[in-house]
Design a protein around this ligand. Sequence first.
Ligand SMILES: O=C[C@H](O)COP(=O)(O)O
Length: 329
Amino acid sequence: MSLRVVAPGEAHAAHKRNPGFPLDLDWVERVRMNRSALERRAATLPARRTVKKDWQIAWLLKAVTFIDLTTLNSDDTPGRVERLCAKARNPLRREIVEGLGVANLDIHPGAVCVYHSFVKTAVDALEGTNIPVAAVSTAFPHGLAPVETKIKEIEASVADGAKEIDIVIERGMVLTGDWQGLYDQVRAFRKACGEAHIKTILGTGELATLTNVAKASLVCMMAGADFIKTSTGKEKVNANLPTSLAMIRMIRWFAEETGIEIGYKPAGGIATAKLALDYMALMKEELGTHWLQPHLFRFGASSLLTDIERQLEHGLTGHYAADYRQPMV
Ligand SMILES: O=C[C@H](O)COP(=O)(O)O
């Protein structure tokens, strides 16, 4: 695989947005996922992955461009967000970039992801770059607020400069099979986003079955989601490979039926370079290398970059750096 690094802003501008489609309840009812088959398939992945040493460095550099560099803590401060943005501007230490001979490549994370309150801070801190700011809006992480309140939050995030909005769906709508209600909300959120891209967070660990995960994925895509995302990072069970397979296969089906390419964002608990490579291998095997671009694939991750930087340094020097040499914030 060659290393073609796409600057996040460029990819963002180039991507054709999902216009949304009418809700087809027949299709939703027909969706079925077989958990044990998906688990068996997921179990084959690490063994089949054959990303050898040099390629591994290329894949890890590419992985950096997929990260939505995230801070979503109740004790976030403007200072922490500014430090995260400084890291986004220079995600890898100079010695690593120069040692690998990639100083000429524009390697940056896909976005910086923050709570609504910090959108302005992040936009200011990233001025002059083409790194978009993503906001988690709509009463993150539970999504339980009046729909009008959630729409106002999206509008406020867009007004403050967010180019991507990560909304959370109401899990109860999935658990009760209220597909029309879910579709109507996502449609309304999509409208409130205007030109901003919309990622729909399903909270997959709270949806009970993989069939529910797949149905919710489909309804969100029909309603105009540009990305489907697994988790808020706050559920007991966050992203994993079998759940990812259920979602990715719905993305594949949707692309075949409509010609529209929807992005995938696993999030929560993805903290090691090795796991990131497993997800990339999954995307490559199920959707093809075309999907390995920042406008179609992201990791929602707060600490993944630290491990990628460690692995890159190891690839370069044969030694692991101490954690304090790669502070995130
Ligand atoms: O969407 C992003 C997640 O909140 C990040 O989760 P993490 O802190 O487990 O990486």
